[in-house]
Design a protein. Sequence first.
Length: 353
Amino acid sequence: MGKTYRIAVVAGDGTGPEVIREGIKVIDTLSRKSDFKIDWIYYNLGGEQYKKCQEILPDSVLAELRKVDAIYLGAIGHPDVKPGILEKGLLLRLRFELDQYINLRPVKLYPNVASPLKDKTPEQIDFVVVRENTEGMYCGAGGFLRKGTPQETAVQESINTRFGVERCIRYAFELTKKRNKQKKLTLCGKTNVLTYAFDLWERAFYHVAKEYPGVKPDYAHVDATCMWMVKNPEWFDVIVTDNLFGDIITDLGAMIQGGMGIAAGGNINPNGVSMFEPIGGSAPKYTNQNVINPLAAICAGGMMLETIGETAAGQKIEAAVIKCLSTGKIKSLAAGRMGLTTTEMGDFVATNL
Ligand code: IPM
Ligand code: MN
């Protein structure tokens, strides 16, 4: 008998519920043909819920989420809620509380997908960004002085602990070794200006590198990383970087792989509860129109299965997505231009498993 996993579903705001529904459809279809079962546990969290009861993430819910096998997240963000409230109160809080210290974001161009990089092939756009996910500029350290006066001052600090940086770097080295491609790990930083934070990063990086003689350590400043992601993406195998740089370069990464419609990510605690999400937002203007692209959510579902231990099943999802794309029936990955509805896209992947 196979295993039964308990997975929390936080579909969230906007188009989140629509894309997550398709991801669940695909995983359930696969589960019926496989040896594992999923118990989906639905949580109603997000902007609507916050407007109703002024609560974002009750402690009792957080306590339950600590006990599930994984979390499947749609999107967070509501047009009526001031920016920052839900992001900090739900998404970032979950990442921090559950110590999901890795944000894993593959940048992979699938066949038949139009990249804005016109001469690049799927072989040339295939790397993974390992973004530190619990420290850096995201800690909320800092404050105001004389706020609201002409002399006001704002300070926002980046926290980098040797412990936090080293565990992230070590994860990245392990991944590079396991991927077994170019066996090259690039540290993306800004050692020429951020001479404290990235000094620590650089020392930790070359210290850990000694444990991985088979992996080539490499370094690029973040600005140059952006340039090369466009000019020579084939130079990258795995990139490791801090929270803010990782946030920024993975939006660029999503674009070169064909857009938010296909970009998936995982917030990973290798020893705890991980959370998987399409990296795009809640797309309020497309909500409930059955036009949003669920492929990113479906791919995030595949990453989720791989992480909880159903590696073969996770790979089958990716293979099915590639198969669908290869048929040429999907006209575009952009919302409203796919040539298929959201639900049809989910069905299409499910029938190609
Ligand atoms: C992301 C998002 C979040 C981040 C926001 C919504 C807080 O942009 O997951 O990349 O900055 O991490
Ligand atoms: Mn982002």
